[in-house]
Write a protein that binds this ligand. Structure first.
Ligand SMILES: *[C@@H]1O[C@H](CO)[C@@H](O)[C@H](O)[C@H]1NC(C)=O
Length: 393
């Protein structure tokens, strides 16, 4: 053993990185020096990439480099086993259709026509009561919103898009659609919006052309979800699947020509409610037909490469991925949140947040320690860092 620790450091790290987490943990208890060696990220990277939700993406990028990987692997085991502490963060008086975005330690939450930015409390899943900022201006409820480095862009039931500067009170609003703007995304200096009015529109985000519509695409169907590819060359629309058009279509961002339709066997009414890109060529979708689908555009546009079925036959309203093995989904009844490991066909964990009253999970967001779910009745958190101690009710 002592001989091992006389090896050059990089060789030692390489050897240690082939141990499993149990062996590493036992080894770390031998002495202070070995503890120090076995705590390094270099030793844990291989294990972390194999675990769910450690912040290491499929490509190997580390999303949270400031938190030791050893700690993240430990918390990952709680996600895997469903060990967490449940918290009701906010309850509202009337049913709402909230939406969420998480940006490091700030949670953005829409409640009716306003969006509040709340500081997350470091000691648990709660929020500071008083918001850091409130973004308002819609005459009706906010449907969805996105964050860019500089802006918060919201889409409303009043047909408007509002561009709020995140670090000032300056905002620009414009009438974007004839009916509700159901969805919005923004990347690389443009905004894409989708509406009940059966169009998707592309807007400029450059300061001298704010509110200028670059393209209008007749989608022939209500648009429920949009997402711009990380390559910034195309975007995808998820539509109601009520007409004769496929519900998942990819468009060129510059010319707005239809590039491809994904899937060819969607049932009528299989509307797509949420879409998220994992890379320029891979994306996840979910919706009324109760399936999560994983698409790889390089492999095929006709068939998805993997799919997972919601076991209770309820619609899936929202999804988020950790960029690697884990997906979290929100179902349409009883606030059911599910965790999936892409390597398994059956769901890994199920949490029912609103039982006995029923509510859809309209939106969920997670980081490596917490998951936040926005329901009609309130905002709920699952804390995987400090789970309930076992045996306690
Ligand atoms: C995740 O959320 C928790 C609590 O809301 C916060 O304390 C923590 O810093 C967040 N983690 C990261 C990596 O942003």
């Amino acid at each position: 053993m002592l001989f091992l620790f006389q090896l050059p450091e990089d060789v030692l790290y390489l050897i240690l990185s082939y141990l499993d987490s149990k062996s590493l943990s036992s080894l770390s208890q031998v002495c202070k020096k070995i503890y120090h060696f076995t705590s390094r990220d270099a030793v844990w990277r291989r294990i972390a990439k194999h675990c769910i939700n450690t912040g290491i993406t499929r490509q190997g990028t580390d999303l949270f480099p400031r938190i030791p990987l050893k700690d993240r692997v430990k918390v990952s085991q709680n996600w895997c086993r469903g060990r967490c502490r449940r918290e009701t963060v906010l309850k509202w008086k009337f049913n709402l259709l909230p939406w969420l975005q998480l940006d490091s330690s700030v949670l953005y939450l829409s409640q009716a026509a306003d969006i509040g930015a709340y500081q997350l409390r470091a000691d648990g899943g709660g929020l500071q009561r008083k918001p850091l900022a409130v973004f308002s201006g819609h005459q009706e409820d906010v449907c969805r919103f996105v964050l860019t480095d500089s802006h918060l862009i919201s889409a409303g039931g009043d047909g408007k898009i509002i561009l709020h500067q995140r670090r000032s009170s300056f905002s620009v609003e414009y009438c974007a659609h004839n009916q509700e703007v159901n969805c919005v995304d923004s990347r690389g200096g443009v905004i894409v919006s989708g509406s009940r009015d059966r169009t998707a529109r592309v807007w400029s985000l450059s300061s001298n052309r704010l509110g200028e519509c670059l393209h209008t695409i007749p989608t022939l169907d209500r648009v429920w979800s949009v997402a711009i590819s990380p390559s910034q060359s195309s975007f995808v629309t998820g539509t109601a699947c009520c007409g004769h058009v496929a519900p998942l279509r990819i468009w060129d961002l510059e010319s707005c020509q239809l590039l491809s339709c994904l899937g060819n066997d969607f049932r009528r009414g299989a509307g797509v409610l949420d879409i998220t890109y994992e890379s320029a060529s891979t994306l996840l979708s979910c919706g009324y037909d109760t399936y999560i689908r994983y698409w790889d555009i390089r492999a095929s546009s006709e068939k998805c490469v993997m799919e997972w079925e919601e076991p209770h036959d309820s619609a899936l309203y929202c999804i988020q991925s950790d960029g690697n093995h884990m997906i979290a989904s929100g179902s349409s009844y009883y606030g059911v949140v599910r965790l999936w490991d892409k390597r398994q066909t059956r769901c890994l964990q199920t949490f029912s947040l609103s039982s006995p009253t029923s509510s859809p999970v309209y939106c969920l967001r997670f980081n490596t320690t917490h998951l936040y779910a926005a329901l009609a009745t309130g905002l709920y958190a699952l804390d995987f860092k400090r789970p309930e101690s076992r045996g306690r009710k």
